[in-house]
Design a protein around this ligand. Sequence first.
Ligand SMILES: C[S@@+](CC[C@H](N)C(=O)[O-])C[C@H]1O[C@@H](n2cnc3c(N)ncnc32)[C@H](O)[C@@H]1O
Length: 284
Amino acid sequence: MSQPRFYFVVVDVDPVLAEDAGVLLFELGATGVEERDQTTLVKGLVDKTTLVASFSSQQEAETARDELDAAWLPRIEELVGDAWRDAWKEHFRPFELCPGVVVQPPWEKYAGQAEHLLELEPGRAFGTGLHETTSLVANALHTHRATFAGGHVLDVGCGSGILALVALVLGAGNARAVDNDADVIDVARENAERNGLQARLDVDTTPVENIAPEFDMVVANIEADVLITLAAPISARVKPGRLLVLSGVLATQHDRVRAAYAAFESVESPARGEWVALILRRPE
Ligand SMILES: C[S@@+](CC[C@H](N)C(=O)[O-])C[C@H]1O[C@@H](n2cnc3c(N)ncnc32)[C@H](O)[C@@H]1O
């Protein structure tokens, strides 16, 4: 039997144009568009966002390519067979995310002994734990676990739900996880169920400003501009004297994000690679 063939149009665009370029690719008939940049598991170029748009046929891909701005270097990629769909899974193997917490995918069991074992299937949601920005928050949760023991934790931009689940295994009484992408909510819920934590985790798309302000720890691993835009509602969700951990911030963006949360005290700004997290305390 012959192998299926898949056709993609690939472009490299300035990051500020990525959203418009994605919309255009869909208008030209793309059935899906994957974004690659420095924050994605399959990384893109440093100064550009690479968009990989799938098309149903070679002809449709070629017609779309011919419509696109030559400055985006539009090109066709053809893949034979569908093994590529699972290629990213090779990067996701059991690993220790923070002291005592091992994350494993459903397709490979951890061979060692772990104090806490979390099984995660990220699906199309962000959040295997392999990204530096996730790791920075998980380690902050571990370091400061005494501050939320038995209490409530809020995870804004939960993706796969990984950070809320880490908070739960590290001793939070319960957690609330929200994401503005409705498609990831079921992924996070299923991950809670996989680990028997569903009774202690609420996941939905509630905007952060509509959540009751009652948390012993708030974590948000989202990009810097969103953290700045949401500074007031995120800040208000943290109880006085409690901690807020912000991630998804490049070292070059640290000062801008810090300024948006100037009312908080700085506890620490741990760095990993080009990324930095801000661990902040709301004054009493
Ligand atoms: C970098 S991922 C983080 C996923 C996971 N928390 C982790 O640390 O691996 C950021 C997530 O934030 C979500 N997001 C972006 N803007 C948001 C907003 N305004 N409100 C809620 N979630 C948002 C995205 O949909 C995405 O799932």
